[in-house]
Design a protein around this ligand. Structure first.
Ligand code: FES
Length: 362
């Protein structure tokens, strides 16, 4: 995984997907094509200064590998400053700071494979699954995909027409089951929530006697838990179940940044010194009590890689070279990574007087 970097990209196209969601395609200049090459399931972190604060949000890529574009979808959330800005103020021709693609909600594509894939998504959780569907149908000609997609009503369905077009284009290889919680459907099974019972029934009806090679889950926590229980009951082993979790970006620590983001480090007592290596350059800075390495580095004015600051996205992964830290939350590092000394810098609080982290080793 290479160190992520921001570049300013121009908005090439903006498309309204539903009344409260848009998708944005970015123009990627040839010299950055390699840096923005993505794997299906990855996301882009966008950065903007809104109301005097630097804000970052991660949005999943919805384009497939053969679409010839880099596109993310942004659903407006209530009170969401960034998603509201993107939905109402961004226009084609504007430029936005965009981090190079990150994320591990991915599986390697195998052109000769004849795999059975399952996607279970709710609402905007369809976004990374859409990238998988398009890429798999295009690159694995013998594989098929079953999608269970939950929404409140048909008006809320993102990529409705695109899914229909994909079904027509790849006859018999894509099955889509729309489950609507607030709109009656001909089949009672498709009216309600994607709960354990409904998922189990739909999976058994759609993929009878079939081994599910990979299942992709993306949606609210309740749906994710229901899907994991249902898949376990259908004997799908854990390593075949891929889960994407997102959380709103954490706000800066209270009282530690002014509205213009200037440092207030002099007001905090350091309990440790962190040394980090990033892009071949070494920096040292103080870390205060109850402070993670990313927040401390930001206070010191460093440009460190991060996105969610919630332990979910793994953008801040670094190797712990010396010293000890306590990781407060971890929803993304695998056991083998921790055994090799990788940590999430946003969640790492020093427990020794000096810690050294290497982002270049990530
Ligand atoms: S920034 Fe997302 S896990 Fe640290």
């Amino acid at each position: 995984m290479s160190t992520p970097h921001f570049h300013r990209l121009t908005v090439a196209d903006l498309r309204r997907e539903t009344k409260d969601a848009v998708s944005i395609a970015f123009a990627v200049p040839p010299e950055l094509a390699q840096a923005y090459a993505f794997e299906p399931g990855q996301y882009l972190t966008l950065r903007a200064t809104l109301a005097g604060e630097e804000e970052r949000r991660s949005y999943s890529i919805c384009s497939g590998l053969d679409d010839g574009e880099l596109r993310v979808a942004v659903k407006k959330v209530d009170g969401g400053i960034f998603s509201t800005h993107v939905n109402s103020a961004v226009r084609p021709g504007d430029s936005i700071e965009v981090m190079t693609p990150m994320g591990r909600f991915t599986v390697p594509l195998e052109p000769r494979a004849a795999h059975a894939y399952l996607g279970i998504a709710c609402g905007s959780g369809i976004t990374p699954v859409m990238s998988h569907i398009k890429s798999i149908l295009s690159r694995e000609k013998q594989s098929r995909f079953v999608l269970l997609y939950g929404n409140r009503s048909s008006r809320d369905i993102m990529f409705k027409e695109a899914l229909e077009d994909l079904k027509d284009k790849h006859l018999g290889r894509l099955a889509v089951h729309h489950v609507l919680s607030r709109e009656a459907q001909d089949l009672p099974l498709l009216h309600g929530r994607l709960d354990v019972e409904r998922i189990t029934t739909l999976v058994r009806a759609s993929l009878p006697e079939t081994k599910i090679d990979h299942a992709f889950l993306c949606g609210p926590q309740g749906m994710m838990e229901a899907a994991q229980i249902a898949l376990a009951e259908s004997s799908v082993s854990g390593e075949r179940i891929h889960v994407e979790l997102f959380t709103p970006a954490a706000p800066p620590p209270a009282g530690r940044r002014s509205r213009t983001g200037t440092s207030a480090s002099e007001a905090l007592e350091a309990i440790a010194t962190a040394t980090v290596r990033l892009d071949g350059v070494t920096h040292s800075f103080p870390v205060a009590a109850d402070e993670g390495v990313i927040d401390a580095g930001l206070r010191a004015g460093l440009e460190l890689p991060f996105s969610c600051k919630g332990g979910m996205c793994c953008t801040c992964r670094a190797k712990l070279v010396s010293g000890t830290v306590k990781m407060m939350r971890n929803y993304s590092l695998e056991t083998w990574e921790m055994e090799k000394g990788y940590v999430l810098a946003c969640q790492s609080r020093p427990t020794s007087a000096a810690v050294s982290l290497d982002f270049d080793e990530a």
